[in-house]
Design a protein around this ligand. Structure first.
Ligand SMILES: *Cc1c(COP(=O)(O)O)cnc(C)c1O
Length: 403
């Protein structure tokens, strides 16, 4: 990897914190037990380590330990929650409400359930990506069994009004699930206080290892019963069979403990760096637009559209020095604009111009300065050779133009 490389793609995945790695390492070789082995110290030690991790995560989320199911990540936790609710509650109804801006793990799972007879309402969002509470209230019907709304969006960082949504779900007597994968460890997340009954998170978005996550399942007021989606030895109270990933779970627990201790300070530091990056770019360059709200968002992320510049091209030109994400995704041969930005009402050209900068625990002020400089230079260079930028400068009405 080229050095010095600036990594501003922490919403895609975070590096493992060295303190997390140190905690995990003994569980690969020195303490190699299976947490389900009940009859020797190797098993006991592994079980004890898993218990500790469960307590650490429970403390971060203010839940009981028995309400946490370890999984292979947020995608699995989301599949388990949504499919598990549908299987157990479809006698009551088959209607699910979710948001157009959810992660693919939610959207694709809902689409699969539509094939199995579910009816899904995909609620729109406003220009900053927020759900409309009146629209949500109206969409919940007597046969609605699940409302699934993400805590914070991975592309823009917008935070949904979880307590208000929780109240609506309680009034209507429907189960409330939240994909909190981007929120956990970054901002306070308390599912019980918000009236959330099912909640997913993932270690690798909070400085833990990839391939491990958890689902919170409310055990009382109300007690949610979901159907297992992986059968086997009955691990995790029968909700997720399979030998526990002991080193991974230990890593998730340590990551949760560190987040609980350091989240406030880290959020403050990162939001200042993020604001600095954002303000510099908005100052240095014309025709830069913030996608998402300027407040009420995660501290570490900003999503900006650089008009008349293709995000993919900008990203490619910076890729030997800077890692970021673009507002479009390659699906088969075509470049699809982000479904999140599209739902917020961005034109395709503006969605294609978007870049997500996501900072993290190891981002420095010096890196932010360099990233600013690099992006400013590259945007200026790309615009200098853009016929559309030239037309815009000459005063051509670009609104009427496809570009
Ligand atoms: C990363 C992410 C996921 C998927 O998590 P995995 O652990 O990688 O499966 C789901 N939802 C959101 C919002 C995410 O950011």
């Amino acid at each position: 990897m080229p050095n010095p490389f600036i990594y501003l793609d922490n919403n895609a995945t975070t590096p493992v914190d060295p303190r997390v790695l140190d905690t995990m390492l003994p569980f690969f070789h020195q303490i190699p037990g299976n947490a389900a082995s009940r009859h020797h110290p190797w098993g006991w030690q592994a079980k004890e380590a898993v218990d500790t991790a469960r307590e650490q995560l429970a403390q971060l989320l203010q839940t009981e330990t028995k309400e946490l199911v370890f999984t292979s990540g947020a995608t699995e936790a989301i599949n388990l929650a949504i499919k598990g609710v549908f299987e157990n509650y479809s006698r009551k109804g088959k209607h699910i409400v979710t948001l157009q801006t959810e992660h693919k793990a939610v959207l694709d799972t809902c689409q699969k359930l539509e094939k199995w007879g579910a009816e899904v309402t995909y609620l729109p969002v406003n220009a900053t990506g927020m759900v409309d509470l009146d629209q949500l209230r109206e969409s919940v019907r007597p046969d609605t069994i699940l409302v699934s709304i993400m805590w914070a969006n991975n592309e823009t960082g917008v935070i949904q009004p979880m307590h208000d949504i929780g109240k609506i779900c309680a009034e209507k007597g429907t189960i409330f699930m939240s994909d909190a994968t981007q929120a956990v460890g970054k901002i306070p997340v308390d599912p019980k206080a918000a009236g959330v009954h099912l909640l997913s998170c993932s270690a690798h978005k909070m400085y833990g290892p990839k391939g491990v996550g958890a689902l919170y399942v409310s055990s009382r007021q109300p007690k949610i019963k979901i159907a297992a989606q992986i059968e086997g030895g009955g691990h995790e109270n029968g909700m997720r069979s399979g030998t526990l990933n002991v080193p991974g779970i230990v890593g998730l627990g340590k990551a949760a403990a560190l987040a609980a201790q350091e989240m406030r300070e880290e959020a403050h530091r990162l939001s200042q760096l993020r604001d600095h990056l954002e303000q510099q770019l908005l100052q240095n360059l014309d025709e830069v637009y913030l996608n998402g709200p300027s407040s009420n968002r995660l501290p570490q992320v900003t999503n900006l559209s650089f008009r008349f510049v293709k995000g993919e091209t900008l990203m490619a030109r910076c890729s030997d020095q800077l890692g970021v994400s673009a507002g479009s995704a390659c699906t088969s041969a075509t470049l699809e604009p982000s479904h999140v930005l599209r739902a917020m009402g961005l034109k395709d050209s503006m969605a294609h111009s978007a870049i997500r900068f996501s900072l993290g625990r190891f981002t420095t002020k010096e890196e932010i300065e360099r990233a600013c400089q690099l992006v400013t230079e590259q945007v200026n260079q790309l615009r200098a050779i853009s016929p559309f930028w030239e037309m815009f400068q000459e005063g051509v009405d670009m609104e009427s133009l496809e570009y």
